[in-house]
Design a protein around this ligand. Structure first.
Ligand code: AGP
Length: 613
C-alpha cells in the first residue's frame, strides 16, 4: 500500500517529509519521491527503489521549501521506475500530486486527455488525475474547484495530496472509498498530512481522519473539510493515544521482534479497564451492546482477512461454547460476494488491525446494506472500520508496524473471549459462578504470554534445525486448529518457506502423502480437550519419517517421547490456549526468517494493510 506525507508551515518541508516516509516504510513499497515548492517552482526528486536511494538523490540535488508532498509507491499500473514514481506533475508544471489507490477508469480518461493533446510522461493511472487538475486550472477554476471537478471523474478508491504554484497557501487532500486513510495533523502554525499516523506522530497527536468523499483544504493555520461538491462539513479533532516512541524499533532489530515481546503489555492493555474481577464481569462500552440487542441476535458472522480471520476462527469456538450463539466465519473477500443471508437479527463482526483492509471494509458495507448489526475489533484509532461500525472493540496494542501481525493477533483473541462472556451474560446463557471463573482466568494471560517469550532461546535452536527446509506442515485441532493456520501464515509470509496449516484430523485424507524426511510437521498439542487425539497424528507423521515439532504443555511427559522437538507453553485454560500456543510459532517463524537473512518487517510483495482488492 502506498504511503503519503504532506507538510505546510514555516519549517523546511524536505526533512519532515523524508522522515515521515521513513516511518511509513513498513507498508511495503518499490519507489519513492518528494515534491517541494521552491520559490515559485515545483521541484521533484523521485526514483525506483528504497528510501535510501531517494535520500541520496536529495543529498546530491537538495530541494527546500515550506510546502511539500512525499510518496512511497507500491506499483499497480506501470513498473517500479523513476518515471512512474510519484509525485506526478501536470503538463503546465503548475500542479503536483501523489496518490494512493487505483483509478479504475484511467484508460478512458487517458484517451480523453490524449485526444486533447496531453502527452503523458508515465505508465501510471495516477497521472490522469494530475493532468485533469491541470486541465481545469487552465480553465481558470480555483485550485479547490479544479480538484473537486477532477475527483468527480474518478472511479475506484483514492487518497490524494496535491499542491499548485497558482495558490501556494494550501495543500489539497482527499479521500474517496477505502484506499487507505488520509489523516491531517495539527501543529502550532503548521499542518501535516499522512496516509497513516506513524508518519507524523512525532509532530502532533491532534488529528482529523478524513471520511470517504471528503476534501481537506490544508493551510498553515488550519483545515477546512468539504464534500466532493464543495459543501463545508464539520469535523472533530482526535487526540491519538499513541506516542511516537511506540512507533519506533528501540533496541530491537525488527519491529516484529519488538512487537512479539510487547505482547505482555498489549494483553495487559487489552484487558485493562474492561474487567471487574471482584464481581466477575467484563465491560465493552464502545460496543454499544444493550441487553435487548444481545438477546435478539440469532446468529453471528465473523469476517476478516489473513491473520485476523484466524482470530475469527478461534472466536467461533469461544462464542459458540460460552454464549451458545451460532457463529459463521467468512474470509472477507468471499463474504462480500456471496450474498450472505443476513437481517436485523444478524450480528456481523469484522476483525481488522488496520481497519483499512479493502476486502474487510467491503464485507462490512455488505452487512450494513442488509441491516445487520455491525461490530468491529480494530487497532487503528479513527480507521474506517472503526468509524462505520455500530460498535467496536479497540485492540489497544499500540501501533503494529511489522507486516507480519503478532500482538494484533493475540489481542483480538482476548477481545473475543471477553465478547463471548459479555454476550453470555446479557443472554443469560452463563451461570454466575461459571462467568466468574472465566473472568478470573483473564488475569493469568499476560504472565502466561511472558513465560512463552522467556523460552525464546529454545525456539531459536529449533529454528536452526528448520531454516533450510522448503516445506512445512502445521496441524491443529479444535480451538487450536486456527493456531495451525496462523503458525503456517507466519512462516510463509516472512521466511518464504511453503507452509500449510491443516486440521489434524484431515491429515489422513491427503496431506499424509506429503510426509517424508523433507517435510517437518508442527503439531499443536497442548493440554486442551483435543489433546488425546493428537498422539496418533504425531505417530503417523513419525512413522513416515517426518520430523515432528510439537507444541506441548509444560510437564507433559508423553509428547517428548514421541516428538523430535518440543515448543513448551505453560499450562493455560483451554479457551485461552491459542494465545500461548501461537507465541512459539511467531518466534519460530521470526528466527527462521532472520537466519535466512530476509527482510522480516517488509516481506517481498506484502503490505501492512491491503487497501486494494
Ligand atoms: C498478517 O500477518 C498478514 N500480514 C495479513 O494476513 C493481515 O492479517 C491481513 O492483511 C489483514 O489485515 P488487517 O488485520 O489490517 O485487516
Amino acid at each position: 500500500m502506498c504511503g503519503i506525507v504532506g507538510y505546510i508551515g514555516p519549517q523546511d518541508a524536505t526533512p519532515i517529509i523524508l522522515d515521515g516516509l521513513r516511518r511509513l516504510e513498513y507498508r511495503g513499497y518499490d519507489s519513492a519521491g518528494i515534491a517541494v515548492l521552491e520559490g515559485d517552482k515545483i521541484e521533484i526528486r523521485r526514483d525506483e527503489g528504497k528510501l535510501d536511494k531517494l535520500i541520496a538523490l536529495v543529498d546530491e540535488e537538495p530541494l527546500h521549501g515550506q510546502i511539500g508532498i512525499g510518496h512511497t509507491r507500491w506499483a499497480t499500473h506501470g513498473e517500479p521506475s523513476a518515471r512512474n514514481a510519484h509525485p506526478h506533475v501536470g503538463t503546465s508544471g503548475t500542479v503536483v500530486l501523489a496518490h494512493n489507490g487505483i483509478v479504475e477508469n484511467y484508460q478512458e480518461l487517458r484517451e480523453e486527455l490524449s485526444a486533447e493533446g496531453v502527452e503523458f510522461n508515465s505508465d501510471t493511472d495516477t497521472e490522469v488525475i494530475v493532468q485533469l487538475v491541470d486541465r481545469y486550472l487552465s480553465l481558470e477554476m480555483s485550485f479547490v474547484e479544479a480538484a473537486q471537478k477532477t475527483l468527480s471523474h474518478l472511479k475506484g478508491a483514492h487518497g490524494v495530496v496535491l499542491f499548485s504554484t497558482k495558490e501556494t497557501d494550501k495543500i489539497v487532500t482527499a479521500r474517496i472509498g477505502n484506499a487507505g486513510g488520509v489523516v491531517v495533523g495539527f501543529g502550532e502554525g503548521e499542518m501535516f498530512i499522512a496516509s497513516d499516523m506513524p508518519a507524523i506522530l512525532e509532530h502532533t497527536r491532534q488529528m482529523v481522519f478524513l471520511e470517504s468523499g471528503q476534501i481537506g483544504v490544508v493551510q498553515q493555520d488550519g483545515l477546512q473539510v468539504l464534500t466532493l461538491d464543495g459543501k463545508p462539513v464539520s469535523y472533530n479533532k482526535q487526540t491519538v493515544p499513541w506516542d511516537p516512541v511506540a512507533a519506533e524499533k528501540g533496541e530491537y532489530r525488527h519491529f516484529m521482534h519488538k512487537e512479539m515481546h510487547e505482547q505482555v503489555r498489549s494483553l495487559t492493555d487489552t484487558i485493562a479497564g474492561r474487567v471487574d474481577f471482584d464481581n466477575g464481569r467484563v465491560f465493552l462500552p464502545q460496543l454499544n451492546l444493550a441487553p435487548p440487542v444481545a438477546q435478539r441476535i440469532n446468529k453471528m458472522f465473523i469476517t476478516a482477512c489473513g491473520t485476523a480471520s484466524h482470530a475469527g476462527m478461534v472466536g467461533k469456538t469461544l462464542i459458540e461454547h460460552i454464549a451458545r450463539l451460532p457463529v459463521e466465519v467468512d474470509i472477507a473477500s468471499e463474504f462480500r460476494y456471496r450474498n450472505p443471508i443476513l437481517d436485523e437479527n444478524s450480528a456481523v463482526l469484522a476483525i481488522s488491525q488496520s481497519g483499512e483492509t479493502a476486502d474487510t471494509l467491503a464485507a462490512m458495507e455488505e452487512a450494513k446494506q442488509k441491516n445487520a448489526i455491525l461490530w468491529s475489533i480494530v487497532n487503528v484509532i479513527g480507521s474506517q472500520a472503526m468509524r462505520i461500525s455500530d460498535g467496536y472493540i479497540s485492540m489497544q496494542t499500540g501501533p503494529e508496524i511489522g507486516v507480519a501481525s503478532t500482538k494484533a493477533y493475540t489481542a483480538p483473541l482476548v477481545d473475543l473471549y471477553m465478547l463471548a462472556i459479555l454476550l453470555a451474560d446479557l443472554r443469560g446463557t452463563l451461570e454466575s459462578n461459571e462467568r466468574r471463573a472465566l473472568v478470573a482466568d483473564l488475569r493469568l494471560i499476560p504472565d502466561l504470554a511472558g513465560r512463552c517469550l522467556d523460552r525464546e532461546a529454545e525456539v531459536q535452536e529449533i529454528a536452526w534445525e528448520l531454516k533450510d527446509f522448503s516445506h512445512c506442515l502445521y496441524l491443529g485441532r479444535g480451538i487450536n486448529m486456527p493456531t495451525a493456520y496462523e503458525g503456517a501464515l507466519k512462516l510463509k509470509e516472512i521466511s518464504y518457506i511453503h507452509a500449510e496449516g491443516y486440521p489434524a484430523g484431515e491429515m489422513k485424507h491427503g496431506p499424509i502423502a506429503l510426509i517424508d524426511e523433507d517435510m517437518p510437521i508442527v503439531v499443536i498439542a497442548p493440554r486442551d480437550p483435543w489433546y488425546g487425539k493428537m498422539f496418533s497424528q504425531i505417530e503417523q507423521a513419525k512413522a513416515r519419517g517426518g520430523i515432528v515439532i510439537a507444541v506441548a504443555t509444560e510437564g507433559d511427559e508423553v509428547i517428548p517421547t514421541i516428538a523430535d522437538h518440543v515448543l513448551w507453553v505453560p499450562p493455560t485454560p483451554w479457551m485461552l490456549s491459542p494465545v500461548t500456543t501461537v507465541i512459539p510459532l511467531q518466534l519460530l517463524a521470526y528466527h527462521i526468517a532472520a537466519l535466512r537473512g530476509l527482510d522480516v518487517d517488509q516481506p517481498r510483495n506484502l503490505a501492512k494493510s491491503v487497501t486494494v482488492e
